[in-house]
Design a protein around this ligand. Structure first.
Ligand code: WTA
Length: 660
């Protein structure tokens, strides 16, 4: 039975624990329904109320939603604010100055704690340092950093001076970094000498140098380097500076730059079905509002919580639920440098116990790999750790299969903690469809219901609503404050990707399929309906990987498909035709390795195909179209039962059955 089938047939229901529901911000389904009804009654009034209650405005807004240039929606347009002010200064005024903002744990276990006062001082100093380098409002700054206090400081400092940051995940290659620096037109790059993960030191500055040396980064004037390891790095005179020198002697106060509500807070590149990664552009006010509300609603954040989101700041989850959301609501949060399996696979559970984490938010891939590890080695089984501090668990980034859900519920939550399975995307800025822990009865494998104000629906190809029980296309019918504003530098692509003509430019197209349960109306996400893969919760376009492969001088043609994987959700399977004859045996293995490393260099190690299969050709229709449907069946190792009579070269299928 497929995961989707099993989710559809799932009948177990877990009601919110009474004690949890009693104290929750949104307590009980009636409270949830009341908020939904408020949004339906007066959509703009609903959002205006929340924006007034949650954001501290420098200049209050008078218009809520401007739809005149739809789908380029504007929210709270004439209001002014500063996001860093809302995250930091506000906490100093609210009596949180001495409260711990960040508990940072390094790869080697060293713990550093920072109060809101200290974090504010660090951000101000760095913001002043950036200004001294001539970086100003509207400039773009690329951040290529490890998980660190400094990474959060860098992002917040950009927000403070109104510079738009674009964080590039530390696992991306020089070429990926170069492309993003160029596309964003960045004037500065903030990086580190090295990063430390799982006891290993990995270069960052050297990769940054390589990226810049590839050319095209003419706008880039400064490279600021955080000294993490003290490892040997090259310095370019007049361009490169140590972060410690940039902040030296800078005052720990910095008047924030007040920006318009729509000012771009950040650009974050993500994969689409075609072409190059897209720079998803987010606003300041609408984005901030939603990170705050989802911290309060989905995570039910309370003043004494110790919140831990295990994502990397290089992904949107790290933006919304490490750098912005938790700080904006005055939380104490854990920031972790390392990996879940070092020094052993009990690391997460050990950290929860030591720091008394109350809310834990991670990805299904991590859970599945830790299940395996616990099965293999009793010592790292969560039963050996005191997890009694936990009160809420979360899941993000990919579907969580009911088996993993149950394990998480029993072994980590000890059947006490609700699990919020949060469906959302880089483009949505924050959670969209998720249970509310003090209200929603949980069903394993379902992200349940949309948050109040989010008009999610399942429609057919013509945009008509489908009845519950029928699978279709996931859309959002009304704009919401934290939605993507445009694709940086490519408004046409924005329109085509998300508000296509087929739907009258009115429905936001998520790119996922979904089905709603006939009885409950609960949503289950059935996976991407475009050529985007989700490997370990990382989004990747099949076309991107194909382009990387064909850029190799050996390769004539390549097609990439996803294959279901027990641990990573999906894995990458590449079908390759070489310019020379089809290799076999050791030679095939050798070339497959070369190609994997090549993709690692072109995009990053996360994009390396797990499997490579060689053929003299690819299965094509007579009109020359690659039949990906067949490739998916082959990747799974299943027999082809479909009609292959339209295939030009059926014999090719046998060759492609074999993996290298
Ligand atoms: C998938 C990550 C099922 C989905 C926040 C979406 C999920 C893509 C879930 C976005 C979930 C994310 N259940 N699928 N709870 N959360 N997805 O942009 O396919 O990295 O479109 O944002 O991940 O990935 P992105």
């Amino acid at each position: 039975m497929s995961e989707i089938e099993s989710a559809k047939q799932e009948t177990r229901i877990f009601n919110p624990p009474a004690e949890f529901a009693k104290n929750a911000t949104i307590s009980g389904m009636q409270a949830y329904q009341a908020l939904r009804a408020e949004a339906e009654r007066d959509y703009e009034g609903f959002w205006a109320r929340l924006a007034r209650e949650n954001i501290e405005w420098h200049k209050p807004f008078t218009t809520t939603l401007n739809e005149t240039e739809a789908p380029f929606y504007k929210w709270f347009e004439d209001g002014q604010l500063n996001v860093s002010y809302n995250c930091l200064d506000r906490n100093l005024k609210n009596g949180n100055a001495a409260k711990t903002a960040i508990i940072f744990e390094a790869d080697d276990g060293k713990v550093t704690k920072l109060t809101y006062q200290e974090l504010h001082g660090r951000v101000c100093q760095f913001a002043n340092g950036l200004k001294a380098l001539g970086i100003k409002k509207g400039d773009r700054v690329v951040i290529y950093m490890p998980m660190s206090i400094e990474g959060v400081v860098a992002m917040q400092a950009c927000a403070r001076i109104g510079a738009t940051h674009s964080v590039v995940f530390g696992g991306f290659s020089a070429k990926s970094l170069q492309e993003r620096i160029i596309d964003a037109g960045a004037v500065a790059l903030i990086t580190a000498d090295e990063q430390v993960r799982g006891g290993k030191q990995l270069p960052l500055k050297a990769i940054a140098d390589e990226a810049i040396d590839m050319g095209g980064c003419e706008a880039l004037k400064s490279v600021i380097v955080y000294k993490r390891t003290g490892g040997n790095v090259k310095f370019v005179e007049g361009r490169d500076l140590w972060m410690e020198d940039v902040v030296a002697n800078q005052p720990d106060q910095c008047e924030p730059e007040w920006v318009d509500a729509e000012h771009p807070l950040f650009i974050l590149y993500t994969s689409g079905s075609t072409g190059k990664p897209k720079g998803v552009q987010h606003s300041s006010a609408g984005y901030l509002l939603w990170t705050m509300l989802t911290m309060k609603w989905t995570f039910d954040l309370k003043p004494n919580d110790i919140f831990w989101c295990t994502a990397d700041i290089g992904w949107v989850t790290g933006h919304s639920y490490i750098t912005y959301g938790p700080l904006a609501v005055g939380a104490t949060e854990i920031v972790f440098e390392g990996v879940p399996t070092y020094p052993n696979a009990g690391r997460f559970w050990d950290m929860i116990a030591r720091h008394k984490a109350t809310i834990f938010y991670t990805a299904p891939t991590a859970i599945r790999s830790l299940i395996k590890a616990a099965d293999a080695d009793e010592k790292v089984h969560p039963k050996n750790y005191d997890l009694s501090s936990l009160r809420l668990l979360g899941s993000v980034g990919e579907p969580i299969n009911p088996e993993a859900w149950m394990w998480y519920y029993r072994n980590i939550g000890r059947e006490r903690c609700p699990i919020v399975d949060t469906f959302w995307q880089t483009e949505t800025g924050g959670h969209m469809i998720t249970p509310l822990p003090g209200a929603t009865p949980l069903v394993p494998g379902s992200c349940t219901l949309p948050l109040p104000g989010i008009m999610a629906a399942v429609v057919d190809e013509t945009g008509q609503d489908l009845p519950n029980g029928q699978g279709g296309i996931l859309v959002v019918k009304r704009p919401w404050p934290s939605m993507i504003r445009t694709i940086w530098g490519d408004p046409e692509r924005f329109k085509k990707s998300y508000f296509p003509d087929e739907f009258g430019n009115k429905l936001y197209l998520a790119g996922d399929g979904a089905i709603r349960n006939e009885q409950t109306g609960y949503f289950t996400i059935t996976g991407r309906i475009d050529d985007v893969l989700n490997v370990s919760g990382h989004r990747m376009g099949t076309m991107e990987i194909e382009s990387a492969l064909v850029a190799n001088p050996l390769v004539a043609e390549a097609a990439v498909v996803g294959k279901p994987d027990e641990t990573t959700g999906e894995s990458i399977c590449a079908f390759v035709v070489l310019k020379r004859s089809r290799p076999t045996g050791d030679e095939a293995k050798q070339i497959a390795k070369e190609l994997r490393d090549w993709v690692g260099k072109e995009i990053g190690p996360i994009a390396k195909p797990k499997e490579i299969r060689f053929g003299d050709n690819l299965p094509k229709t007579r009109s020359g179209k690659i039949m990906r449907r067949l490739l998916r069946v082959l990747a799974k190792g299943e027999e082809i039962t479909q009609d292959v009579s339209t295939l030009e070269n059926p014999a090719i299928l046998d060759q492609l059955k074999q993996a290298q």
